[in-house]
Structures are given as C-alpha cells and as structure tokens.
Design a protein around this ligand. Structure first.
Ligand code: BES
Ligand code: MN
Ligand code: ZN
Length: 489
C-alpha cells in the first residue's frame, strides 16, 4: 500500500503538488492557487500563477496538470483541482492524484492552511483506494508511485485522521482482494482461513469457524442445502471484536456465496460470469469488524459470514425442496438461484437466538433487482427503524458510498405464502429486492425493529475505474459500516 506521511517541510524535490480551486469571483474563469502551509517559494508560486490562465483547468475536483521544470527543483509541478475543498472533493482529488502520479515514485502535496481532519481523511482514502491493483499473474505493470508526503503546518493535528484513513483503506482493500479472488481459489474453507490469518494474534478478537459437521449438528439447514452441491463444503465464520469497554453489541451478517452458478436453476452465461463476487457482503462485514478492532472502537461487533458454494451436481438441492432453518421454521425453495436468503436466514436466526445483539445489520449481493431499481452505484437499504436507517444512510453517504432507503410494504407479504412450508423463499413475480428483504425480516424475531438490511449487489462491483473505485470489486460497505460503528459506543 502507498506510504502516506505527514511533514512540515519537503524532504524530496521531484514532484510538488499544489491545490487549485475555482475562481471565487463568478466572472473570473481562471482558477486560483489555494493558500498552503508551507506556501510554495515565490519562484514556484509566480510560475504556477502565470501558468494557470494558459491551462484548461477550472479548479474542479480531480483535474490535474503536470508542468515540467527541467534542471530545477522541484522537477515537476502538479496542479490538482480540489473543487470546493469539501470531503467529497478531496476524496476525488486524492484519487485523481494517485492516477496522475502513477509513474512518479514519490510526490509531495502542500495542504491548504485550513485543511480539516475530515478532508485529510478523504484525501488519504482517495489516494489509497484509487491506487489499488489486483492481479493474479506475477509481475505485470506495477504502479511506480510508492510514497506521498503531505505538508502541513501542524502535522500532529492530522495524524489521527491519516491513521483512520489508512485503516479504512486497508480494510476496503482486503474486501476487494477477497471479492476479486477467483472462485477456483476462494472456496468457503479458503475464505475462513483468510479471516483466521487476518485476525491472528489480536487480543479481544475471537474467531470460531463451524464446518459441515457442526452446521449439521446445530441445524443450519439453509447453509447445508445451498452448500450441498459443492465439493467444497460450507462454513460459518463468526468473528467477534469484544472490547472490555463495549456497551453496545452489533451483529453484522454478510452473504458469503463463494460462487453462484444458480444451482439446478442454473444461470445463463452472462449472468454467471461475475458470480465470484457473490461473497462481497461477507467480505465487507469481516473487513469492517477487523477495522473496528484495528481502530479499537468501543463497541462489540460480531461478523457472521455463512459461506457456501452454490453448485450444480448430483448432491445439489432441488427446486421444490423444503429447507429447515436454524430457527426451526421451513422454507419452500422452487428456485435454487435464490440461495443467498437461505444462508442468511440461518445466520440471522442464530444471531437472534444465541447472540442477542442490540442491533442486527446484514449486507448481501442478494438480487439483480437492486441494479434495476437503483442503478450501478446505490445499495438498497431496508429497515423498520427510522433512526437506525437515518444513521446508517448518513454514515454511508459521509464515507462516499451511496444507499437509498426502500419500503417494506405489508401487502407484498403474500408473495411469501407457501402451501407446504412456513414460507416460500423464491416467488417468481414481484419486486425482487423488496421481497427478498421481506423474506429476511421473517428471521429477525424480536430484533425486527433493530434490524437493517442492505442489498448491495449493484455497488459491489465497478465496470471501470472511477474516482476512488477501481475496476472490479469495490469493497462497498466497509467504509460506511466503519463510519457508522465509530458513531456508536
Ligand atoms: N447472487 C445473485 C444476485 C446478483 C445478481 C448479485 C447480479 C449480483 C449481480 C442472487 O443469488 C440471485 O441469483 N438472485 C436472483 C433471485 C431470484 C431467483 C428470486 C435474482 O436476482 O435473479
Ligand atoms: Mn443466486
Ligand atoms: Zn447469489
């Protein structure tokens, strides 16, 4: 990961980055240099100011321009648009800088005199997330940029913000790595082993992994049914951050389908090709819990990741099967492609009965309907609790992610009706994301009004590089969950 440091003066003179904002006078078109601490030398400032009218820069966040200064120090001047100087703008600017400077080895950025901790945090997240790369092959194009020095008059005041950003970015990058990993490698056992090594040696952080025998003995029928068709057996990961000073207990449940073929109700080729990402919810909740531990947040957080591979085989569960869940209720499943809710049902039932948390949150790449309703960027958020919904929406938004609250209409409950079982898990008509949420709500018991669900199928993946997102897994949810957890306790 890119090394970010704070300093009062430049120790390298290869590249100096100066922030640029839009002209404050509405009639002026030429952007202005932002006052920084320390200020650039008179020579550099005069040169940059002379340059500005000759460029197409407007000061918008994310614009960049590199000016060569052969034989002089700094050797290059990089002008960076920082827009209105708000957190969102700095996140975008940080991401743009990581891309514009990819062929440099080191850059020095002079921060504005009035730089806030929030803006520094956003800047560092932008730098660290946009510089993320995932490759399986050895070698290949590696970014040259290894270090960024941030110049500030009082670096100590910004150190905590940089550290929080580093942790958030490291965990988001972990979630991206897990989600990008091909499913030939990433089976349930492998995922559990990754969690084990990430959690190793940390006090107050406890891991329990249940294998197929324990899942059978304890009645996790949904996880076993979905995982039954695979040569790679299912797991239930339970990762618990339990600090002594915790007053609140949050359980985070994440869908962990390490590959979703659809099962016997097999998916067509285009719908299946990215289904290695169907564990992005599990990756996000595990990474957020590790992040809570790294930041030593004073709140107990338990991540539950039901892990299974939804395959086609002679041992696979069948359309029409009745599944008995952890809570003892039954589901009629007529479409093996609606597998996520079956594994989540067990984990939710377990959380409600055995863990009894104050708040219960689940994240899942649950339905294609998420993208139909809200497009590629926005998660669908469901809760009966207005306060909880507002708090999570605000945290997600502050973190630079996006979610939109969706309804849980009582009259759609009829879709869950079954002649044979307590409920039907896969009705073939109706609002897909909403009905899946209504189905999950069935397993929340007495925590029904302290539960929140996000269908994150759409924003879990980016089709191309865009600001802090890189093509592929986005690590969606880690940033928002960590922001939200930091407000508790
Ligand atoms: N994993 C998929 C949902 C999905 C689709 C995630 C696209 C990411 C991108 C899920 O298991 C699924 O197949 N859902 C079905 C539900 C249906 C059978 C009721 C769907 O959305 O079609
Ligand atoms: Mn499916
Ligand atoms: Zn799925």
């Amino acid at each position: 990961m890119l090394a970010i440091s704070l300093a009062v003066a430049a120790d390298r003179s290869d590249v100096l980055v100066l922030p640029v904002r839009a002209a404050t006078d509405p009639d002026a078109t030429v952007p202005a240099l932002v006052a920084t601490a320390p200020p650039p030398t008179d020579e550099v400032r005069t040169e940059a100011e002379a340059l500005l009218p000759a460029t197409r820069l407007t000061g918008r966040a994310g614009e960049t321009l590199t000016q060569l200064r052969p034989g002089r120090a700094p050797a290059r001047l990089l002008l960076l648009g920082v827009g209105d100087g708000g957190e969102r703008a700095w996140r975008t600017a940080g991401a743009a800088l990581a891309r514009a400077a990819v062929d440099e080895t080191h850059v020095t950025l002079a921060l504005p005199v009035d730089m806030t901790a929030g803006a520094v945090r956003a800047l560092v997240e932008g730098l660290l997330l946009a510089s993320y790369r995932f490759r399986v092959a050895e070698g290949g194009p590696a970014p040259a940029l290894t270090g960024v020095t941030l110049l500030a008059a009082a670096p100590d005041a910004l150190a905590d913000a940089v550290e929080a950003a580093r942790t958030t970015a490291r965990m988001t990058r972990l979630a991206r790595d897990l989600t990008n990993t091909p499913s030939s490698v990433k089976n349930p056992q492998w995922f559990a082993a990754q969690v084990e090594s990430a959690a190793a040696g940390q006090p107050d952080l406890h891991l329990r992994v249940r294998g197929p025998q324990e899942l059978a003995a304890e009645g996790f029928g949904g996880i076993l049914a979905v995982g039954g068709g695979s040569a790679s057996t299912p797991r239930l990961v339970e990762l618990d951050w339990h600090p002594a000073d915790a007053r609140l207990h949050v359980v985070l449940v994440g869908k962990g389908i390490t590959f979703d073929t659809g099962g016997i109700s097999i998916k067509p080729v285009p719908a299946m090709k990215l289904m290695r990402k169907d564990m992005a919810g599990a990756a996000a909740v595990v990474a957020a819990t590790l992040g809570a531990a790294a930041l030593r947040l004073p709140v107990r957080v338990t991540a539950l990741a039901p892990l299974a591979e939804n395959m086609v085989s002679g041992a696979a569960f069948r359309p029409g099967d009745i599944i008995r869940h952890y809570d003892g209720t039954t589901s009629e499943s007529t479409n093996s492609d609606a597998e996520g809710r079956l594994v989540l049902a067990d984990a939710l039932g377990y959380a409600v009965r055995e863990l009894r948390p104050d708040l219960l949150v689940d994240l899942a790449t649950l339905t294609g309907a998420n993208a139909v309703a809200l497009g590629k960027r926005t998660g669908a958020l469901y809760s009966e609790n207005d306060e909880l919904a507002a708090a999570v929406l605000a945290a997600v938004d502050d973190a630079g992610e996006a979610a939109w609250r969706m309804p849980l209409p009582a009259d759609y409950l009829e879709h869950l009706g079954s002649d044979l079982a307590d409920r039907h898990s896969s009705p073939d008509r109706g609002a897909g994301s909403v009905i899946a949420a209504l189905y999950l709500r069935e397993f929340t018991g007495e925590l029904r009004d302290r539960w929140l669900h996000i269908d994150m199928s759409a924003p879990s993946w980016a089709d191309g590089d865009d600001a802090e997102l890189t093509r592929g897994a986005t690590g969606w949810g880690v940033r928002g969950l960590l922001r939200w957890l930091a407000t508790l306790g």
